[in-house]
Design a protein around this ligand. Structure first.
Ligand code: IVH
Length: 708
């Protein structure tokens, strides 16, 4: 289904209605629809357009006319219909929607609440005197299915509230990313198929009975109404006339706070927390912020919900049969898409790890065409039960590498083929070490010496000019270089013996290598290409330990003290350093990376005590040595002036040399934002939080003494 589809005939319209109804039914039952969210929305828009042009032909079961919800109608009537939300897809549509609402109210909206649209399943949880008595799915919005049996496994949905109130709490049940992965591990162990994505997993888990295993889910509350005692028979009071839950006529943001006080989980505990905004411009900024957070959130969101916050506005605006008029969903592009797994490639990485990669039928996910996706390791393939030719769900969000989630087992045709695992290293044909989850060529880094050397001499590592391209291949093929330590023992004669290497090139290369000999510890460490450490982590490790000897002496426990290193990563780093011991010994013998770096001054208290500055001076003028002491600095946009030549890594190094802490995202802890040209949402967020903002030129003045 193309985004721009126009339905030209009554037959095409009828087909579209049938497809949409079937897709919705599957979606609301077990989520097996191969129609992605984007395609479904496009289909409904095409149906809407047709109905607008041919109002008399509208079919009674059209998805536009009824409370969305689908075919699984349960037998527990809802006390108040469980409505859906209308959608907008752009800032312009949001503005138009808000203007419509204000026209209806006859006055400006008295405050908005902006919150994440959680990608799970809507449920209603009935509490009697503070005890959970029933959990019901949305069903068709008028009646739902009793799923009280599943309540125990839902975190954030307490069996007993903190007060003995009669209340119906409504919200979304989902699997967090962690719960989804855990669920699939458990299912495979029990011989069941993996869930295709978290939403399907939540749907399947909520409705399942008598499973021999338990899968944990998470609840987020986003609404409630007070319940009369006989609510189960259809009587209720939306605004709590009985007063027991004390919901009165709370504004939406107050209601959320009250729910959390009663013990229900809300999105307030997450970075995408609901925010009250006075103006629509703030709403737009908050939408951008939540959208930017999407990839890093521990659970899926498929949009952002904008609600009129005031109870009076809500009451006045009222609701249609399908959706309230006081709230709207700002939809984000789908991040889960279905496509076909065409093949699996096996690539040997810099460290000799043999990583499988899925080759996919190209599919657009969140505006980007995805052709490859990560499969992590062979065990991961087995765990997901994938076959070549399978229809698979692919996930991609933000800058995260696309990943294959799971196959749609029910779509199999029988023509699918098993995935063949390599028996020897696909690069050098040597053996494979399969003792760990990640398979590795027994030659380790040696299998990919060119890639290791190229990485080591890169701009943010040793920065050796003239070694990035074919020279590295030449040196490795000539047997002169197998790792980065070999670079420092190259002789002029050896170089001159190479093809296309004249006196000048040889001298330039030797001079560049000589300069690299005195690179600071963080860069030498980064050049090693230790698994699990990049530029930022290398800076933190160097600052924490101060010398290569201290890093090598550290055990896993000591490494885990570094910000961002957990137990698992610490163990990998220890193992990597043990493996790199011969290279490290030779580097030390060559005087590379042996300098002791005093950790920079980071606190004003240390400064007044006259601690040695980062430059090794006696520290009498620490203000000049550490102008950013105590500052948490974020850089955004493109740099101009003297900073224009610096890469982002070099900017971060500069900040840390100046005693500051460099970070990539703006938070309440941020004290300074360096905002260059085209600074976007980070600048807006810094402004909102009242963070000091400097132009690149002003910042350059501040740290002028430290710019090398
Ligand atoms: S408000 C009467 N708030 O989105 C108000 N819904 O597409 C109706 N959803 O049925 C719901 N996060 O299942 C609301 N913060 C949020 C939400 C949310 C997810 C779901 C809910 C609803 C569907 C509509």
């Amino acid at each position: 289904m193309k985004e721009t589809a126009v339905l030209v005939s009554p037959a095409a319209y009828a087909d579209a209605v049938t497809s949409a109804v079937e897709a919705a039914a599957a979606y609301y039952s077990d989520g097996t629809t191969p129609l992605g969210d984007d395609e479904y929305d496009a289909l409904v828009r095409a149906i809407e357009a047709y109905e607008l042009a041919h109002p008399d032909d509208a079919l009674p079961d059209s998805p536009t006319g009824k409370v969305a919800g689908g075919a699984v109608v349960g037998d527990v009537p809802h006390s108040v219909p469980m409505l859906s939300l209308d959608n907008v897809f752009s800032a312009e549509e949001l503005t138009a929607w808000a203007a419509g609402l204000e026209r209806r109210l006859g006055q400006p909206v008295r405050g908005w609440c902006v919150e994440p649209k959680l990608d799970g399943l809507a449920v209603a949880a009935r509490y009697r005197e503070g005890r959970l008595v029933r959990l019901i799915t949305r069903g068709d919005g008028l009646a739902g299915e009793d799923i009280t049996h599943a309540a125990d496994a839902v975190l954030g949905l307490p069996a007993v509230l903190t007060e003995p109130v009669d209340i119906e709490v409504r919200g979304e049940v989902l699997l967090t990313q962690e719960q989804f992965e855990q669920a699939n591990r458990i299912r495979i162990e029990h011989g069941a198929t993996a869930f295709a994505n978290p939403r399907n997993g939540a749907a399947g888990t909520l409705r399942a009975k008598d499973r021999p295993y338990r899968i944990e889910l998470t609840f987020f509350a986003y609404g409630a109404h007070a319940e009369a005692h006989d609510a189960e028979h259809g009587k209720s009071s939306e605004h709590g006339e009985d007063g027991t839950a004390d919901l009165g006529r709370l504004d939406h943001s107050e209601l959320l706070a009250r729910l959390s006080q009663l013990g229900a989980n809300t999105a307030a505990s997450t970075p995408a927390h609901p925010l009250r905004c006075e103006e629509l411009s703030q709403v737009r900024t908050r939408i951008e912020e939540i959208a930017a957070l999407r990839a890093s959130l521990p659970f899926g969101i498929d949009g952002i919900v904008v609600k009129a916050d005031s109870a009076a506005d809500q009451e006045r605006a009222g609701s249609g049969s399908r959706a309230p008029r006081w709230a709207v969903a700002y939809k984000l592009p789908a991040v889960h898409k279905v496509t076909r797994l065409l093949a699996v490639e096996w690539n040997v990485g810099r460290t000799g790890v043999i990583a499988p990669r899925a080759v996919l039928e190209p599919v657009v996910v969140d505006g980007v065409t995805v052709t490859y996706a990560t499969l992590h390791n062979p065990a991961d393939i087995t765990r997901r039960g994938l076959l070549i030719g399978d229809q698979v769900f692919v996930h991609r969000a933000g800058d995260v590498i696309p990943r294959v989630e799971a196959p749609l087992v029910e779509q199999r045709t029988g023509a699918e083929q098993p995935i063949v695992f390599p028996e020897v290293c696909p690069r050098c044909n040597d053996e494979i070490d399969t003792s760990q989850q990640r398979w590795r060529c027994v030659r380790g880094r040696g299998c990919q010496a060119v890639a290791s050397v190229r990485y080591a001499v890169g701009r943010d590592q040793l920065d050796v000019e003239g070694l990035g391209g074919t020279r590295a291949v030449q040196l490795v093929e000539a047997g002169l270089v197998t790792d980065l330590a070999d670079l420092f023992t190259l002789t002029r004669d050896q170089l001159l013996a190479l093809d296309r290497m004249g006196d000048t090139s040889a001298d330039n290369l030797l001079a560049a290598i000589e300069t690299a000999r005195s690179r600071p510890l963080n860069r030498v460490f980064c050049a090693l290409g230790v698994r699990g450490t990049g530029r930022a982590m290398s800076r933190r490790i160097a600052a924490h330990f101060g010398s290569m000897a201290a890093i090598r002496a550290a055990d896993a426990q000591a490494l885990a003290e570094v910000d961002g290193i957990g137990a698992e990563k610490a163990a990998v780093i220890v193992a990597e350093l043990a493996e790199l011991a011969p290279v490290l010994d030779r580097l030390a013998a060559q005087g590379v990376g042996i300098a002791v770096t005093t950790p920079p001054v980071t606190t004003p208290a240390a400064a007044t005590e006259g601690t040695e500055g980062a430059d090794g001076t006696d520290g009498t003028d620490v203000e000049a040595a550490a102008p950013l002491a105590g500052e948490a600095v974020v850089v955004t946009g493109s740099m101009t002036g003297p900073l224009a030549v610096l890469s982002r890594n070099e900017m971060n190094e500069l900040i840390e040399r100046a005693g500051g802490k460099a970070s990539s995202s703006v938070s309440r802890r941020t004290t300074l934002l360096v905002a260059g040209e085209k600074a976007g949402s980070k600048r807006a967020k810094a402004e909102e939080l009242g963070v000091r903002i400097l132009a690149p030129e002003e910042f350059a003045d501040l740290v002028a003494d430290l710019m090398l």
